[in-house]
Structures are given as structure tokens and as C-alpha cells.
Design a binder for this molecule. Structure first.
Ligand code: GLU
Length: 287
């Protein structure tokens, strides 16, 4: 009889908007390690939809850096910028099921309406004011004529969403309070990170997403998209973030800890991996 449990399929999903640093190295090593331990596959997804910050040189650099670390994946690399028809088809499904609405409000409109500074990260939008949301039975413009406007996902206010994170345990959020109607399509004709990521995880049959803990909040939005598309959710493993000596989360501007700089200084990648591996054993033994 065929085994009905899906094989493990993980992915590495770097964004080519800067050089990879030690934090990325740790997350990607963990992803590779979990795929290896499960005897599964690991894909490489190039998250190159951010037209403003994207740079082709960073794609070549990230591949080189990942190879330097000794990571391997199943070719070919998947580039999000080449998958627009897949995102459009998924958007059409959300449109015909009434999950999305067009939005002409600017970020300024949203910030003025909520009357408070927004403290979230780049993938954590301010809560969309419910008074801006059209009524549920309002007619939607045909999608083909409106791919040059922003589209938002209508969230089920008041629902509590939960998932069991393989690293962090049970996670819960209250919809409408922790986040609101979020962007799935941008007026420049590209999907948002949340949308492209959820569509890809479903389309590529990803069974476990390993990524940084800064993306826990994104997971709820992605779970809603997956549910609306009728796709099963992968398991999530959100890895703790690597901090610098001042306790600040590493960012791409931390050039001193970029993998390129470490390589130029003659650091041995085996030593880096050895350290990650020892830390992981320490954490596991504490549990
Ligand atoms: N490309 C995203 C990032 O670098 C990660 C996306 C993901 O793993 O879901 O932040």
C-alpha cells in the first residue's frame, strides 16, 4: 500500500535585496537540516518580487553564499517574478469567492484614520480601518480591469486563529485586533509577499516552512489565504533570530556579519555550522 503521509518538502526562500548574514545562514541551515533529517526535498525559492529593492547581483551572491555554507537544494531555483500567471489565477479564485476587495486608500489615509504611529515591521501592515471596507455584498469590478489597483483580503473579524509551531509551540492571534484586511495584490501589478508566499507554499507542495520568528505574524495571514484557496497548511517552524552583540536583530545592513565579509576574513563555514549545531543541541537538551 502506498504511504499516504506526504514526503517532507521544505524550502529556502531568500529575498535578493541585500547580502545574506549569519541570521539567514542559521535559518537556512536549520531548514536544510530538517529536510535532511526527514529524508525529504528542499527547494530554493528566489523571493524577487520587490522591484524597488531587488537586485540581480544579490541573486548570484545568495546562491554563492548558500553554496559556500555547504547547503544543497533540488534544482531548478524557483523565481517568484516568473510565476505571475500562477498568482493571477489564485487571485481570480479569491475574487470569485468574494474574499477580496479593491482598495484605493493610501497608506497615509490608513495611518490618519487609525490616528496612531505604526510600529510593525515591513510585512506587518497597520490595521486597516473597518470603516474603509466595502459592504460584503458590494459588487466587485472584474479582475481583468482592475489589476492596477490594490486588493485586500477581507479578514473574518473576531475569529481566533491558532497553529502549533514546531519551534515555538501554540501560537494564537485574534483576527481584526492583531491584524486587519491585508494587501494581497499591489497596484504595480505584483502580488504582496503574503499572497505570493502562501500561493507558492501550496502550489509547490511545501509540507514545512522553516523561517525566522519575525514572520510569525505573517503566518496568520497566510493561513487565511490557504484556507480561502482550499489548500492544506504546511507545518511551521519559526527559528529564533540571531542578535548582534548589542542584542539587536541582524539586518542586511550588518555588513560585519554578512557571509561575504566572514568569507573574506577567512572564516571557515564548517566552524559556523558547528556552532549552530551545538546551539541546537543545547536547546534540545534543555527541553
Ligand atoms: N523571503 C522572505 C524573507 O526573506 C522569507 C519568506 C518566507 O520564508 O516565508 O523575509
Amino acid at each position: 500500500m502506498k504511504n499516504s503521509v506526504p514526503l517532507y518538502r521544505g524550502r529556502l526562500a531568500p529575498s535578493p535585496t541585500g547580502h545574506l548574514h549569519l541570521g539567514h545562514a542559521r535559518t537556512f541551515w536549520l531548514a536544510a537540516e530538517r529536510a535532511r533529517a526527514a529524508g525529504g526535498a528542499l527547494l530554493l525559492r528566489n523571493d524577487d518580487l520587490d522591484a524597488v529593492r531587488f537586485h540581480l547581483d544579490f541573486v548570484a551572491a545568495m546562491i554563492e553564499d548558500l553554496h559556500w555554507l555547504g547547503l544543497t537544494w533540488t534544482a531548478p531555483m524557483i523565481s517568484q517574478s516568473e510565476r505571475l500567471p500562477i498568482y493571477r489565477a489564485a487571485l481570480a479564485r479569491l475574487h470569485s469567492a468574494g474574499h477580496i476587495f479593491p482598495c484605493t486608500r493610501t497608506r497615509r489615509d490608513v495611518l490618519d484614520a487609525i490616528g496612531a504611529p505604526h510600529e510593525g515591521g515591513e510585512n506587518d501592515e497597520p490595521i486597516y480601518p473597518p470603516q474603509f471596507r466595502p459592504p460584503a455584498d458590494a459588487a466587485l469590478p472584474p479582475l481583468a480591469d482592475a489589476l492596477d489597483v490594490n486588493w485586500r483580503f477581507r479578514v473574518p473579524d473576531g475569529e481566533t486563529l491558532a497553529f502549533d509551531d514546531a519551534a515555538l509551540g501554540r501560537q494564537t492571534a485574534s483576527v481584526g485586533r492583531d491584524f486587519g484586511d491585508f494587501l494581497v495584490w499591489r497596484k504595480d501589478g505584483a502580488p504582496s509577499y503574503q499572497f505570493a508566499c502562501a500561493v507558492d507554499d501550496a502550489d509547490l507542495g511545501i509540507t514545512e516552512v522553516v523561517r525566522g520568528a519575525d514572520l510569525v505574524k505573517s503566518t496568520y495571514r497566510q493561513l487565511l489565504i490557504l484556507r480561502a484557496l482550499g489548500a492544506p497548511a504546511p507545518r511551521y517552524y519559526h527559528a529564533s533570530l540571531v542578535l548582534d552583540e548589542n542584542g539587536v536583530r541582524l539586518a542586511k545592513r550588518h555588513d560585519a556579519l554578512s557571509l561575504r565579509t566572514l568569507r573574506a576574513r577567512g572564516v571557515d563555514p564548517g566552524t559556523i555550522i558547528q556552532k549552530f549545531s551545538e546551539e541546537l543541541t543545547e536547546v534540545t537538551e534543555k527541553d
